[in-house]
Design a protein around this ligand. Structure first.
Ligand SMILES: [Zn+2]
Length: 173
């Protein structure tokens, strides 16, 4: 047992096991040395985990896979489950296969200008183009197909089929 000084009234020689000051009634909050140690260790571990998470978040935001995922999620407005990501550094393009809202989708993401195109929408445009009747309509649909940012998928497709010599694609996830 040690003797302490009351931090409230300044009375000396108060037992450190006392719950309150016998002079002023001030309630001591006892924290044993062992508790302090545990508190410090737990606090240290928690701080370390937070630092790791922040570093991971920063890194994932800058890697091609992290960037591509973020661009899609921002565009769709919900989070996705990535299946595969292929990356082409020269094209600054990613082909991302993912599940979003339970539906399997493929997206082409252009990292340099944050553009994204989806297989389902691209296929819709192709279908509309095929169903177009008048020349004017055909032309309009064809332009929309060409302008839709889905080109990089075909470059990957050609590479995977071995008909494109200029590879440059790597599977990054
Ligand atoms: Zn006191």
């Amino acid at each position: 047992m040690a003797l302490i000084k009351c931090p409230e009234c300044g009375k000396e020689n108060v037992s450190d096991t006392a719950k309150t000051c016998p002079n002023c009634g001030f309630i001591f909050t006892h924290m044993k040395k062992r508790d302090k140690k545990i508190f410090a260790v737990v606090g240290g571990v928690a701080a370390f985990v937070v630092i790791l998470l922040v570093v991971k978040l920063l890194l994932s935001g800058t890697s091609p896979a992290g960037k591509a995922t973020k661009i899609i999620e921002t565009d769709l407005g919900y989070s996705i489950d990535v299946i595969n990501i292929y990356y082409n550094e020269e094209q600054q393009g990613c082909v991302v296969e993912f599940y979003g809202n339970g539906i399997k989708e493929t997206a082409c993401v252009y990292l340099d200008d944050n553009k994204v195109g989806y297989e389902s929408i691209y296929n819709q445009y192709i279908e509309q183009s095929n169903n177009a009747v008048t020349n004017e309509e055909k032309q309009k649909c064809a332009q929309r197909v060409v302008a839709y940012p889905y080109n990089v998928y075909w470059i990957l497709n050609l590479t995977m089929n071995g008909t494109n010599d200029e590879s440059g694609w790597e599977k990054i996830k």
